[in-house]
Design a protein around this ligand. Structure first.
Ligand code: HEC
Length: 233
């Protein structure tokens, strides 16, 4: 004989099902909420990307924000441009300290050197914090700066000679062409990092604006004076 189910067991089961449904609904709801926060936070983080990468160890004007959560302020390995103020602040980065920092960096750490006024809107800060935490925990991919490898630069960009006369640089590249630049619009940069050019093989990069600006990237400062000769044709 099949076991008889008392009306009370049926009621309990039904209540359980309703309860489970509610739990799932709430969980899904909060996940969607978190996903929305992270998405909005990712959009807000574009304000940071001019100076910060989220890829661990990739430092720019500012230190890498990879693995930020729980780290002591001013302590990203390999970043050499921290202010004394930030290094001595004694802050550990968590939800509270980051919220205060992003609201008004100068108020939290007077004398810090982050050129950023702060974010007044509490909602935007909360989104940004959700995103920073997710990136820090590796739950979302960390956008980094995709630098071209200047050791692999095309021959037409590799600089073989630079001559300076009057207000003009004459830059000769590996394909035999000579490019003329007004001295004020040609920059000399160095990149001693993994993506920088090989020693003695500087690279002409990025014609900004209307193609009237450019830069020559050298692997080290000594190469600059070795390359640039005063010579008029
Ligand atoms: C114009 C450049 C610039 C912008 C924009 C910028 N930062 Fe910074 N940031 C810096 C610099 C430089 C420092 C180091 C400051 C110091 O040492 O006093 C820094 C430091 C930090 C630190 C402390 C890191 C550590 O290792 O202790 C955090 C956190 C931070 N920035 C987050 C952000 C976020 C989030 C944004 C975007 C909302 C942002 N920053 C926008 C340049 C910038």
């Amino acid at each position: 004989m099949p076991p008889l189910r008392s009306p009370s067991t049926v009621a309990v089961k039904r209540r359980c099902r309703v309860l489970l449904g509610m739990v799932a609904w709430v969980a899904l709801g909060s996940m969607a909420h978190a996903a929305g926060e992270i998405e909005r936070g990712a959009a807000a983080s574009r304000n940071c990307l001019a100076c910060h990468s989220f890829a661990p160890g990739q430092h720019m004007t500012g230190p890498s924000l990879g693995g930020l959560w729980g780290r002591r302020a001013g302590a990203a390995a390999g970043f050499a441009r921290y202010s004394e103020a930030l290094k001595k602040s004694g802050i550990v980065w968590d939800e509270r300290s980051l919220d205060a920092w992003l609201r008004n960096p100068a108020a939290l750490v007077p004398g810090n050197t982050m050129p950023f006024g702060g974010i007044a809107d509490a909602g935007t800060r909360a989104d940004l914090l959700a995103y920073l935490q997710a990136v820090s925990a590796g739950r979302v991919a960390a956008p980094g700066l995709k630098l071209p490898d200047l050791k692999q630069a095309a021959v037409a960009s590799v600089v073989t000679a630079v001559r300076y006369c009057g207000d003009t640089y004459r830059v000769t590249t590996g394909d035999g062409r000579t490019h003329l630049w007004w001295e004020f619009n040609l920059r000399f940069k160095t990149d001693g990092g993994a993506h920088g050019p090989a020693a003695g093989k500087p690279v002409l990069v990025g014609n900004g604006m209307q193609g009237d600006r450019g830069a020559i990237v050298f692997s080290r400062p000594e190469d600059i004076s070795a390359f640039v000769k005063r010579a008029c044709e």
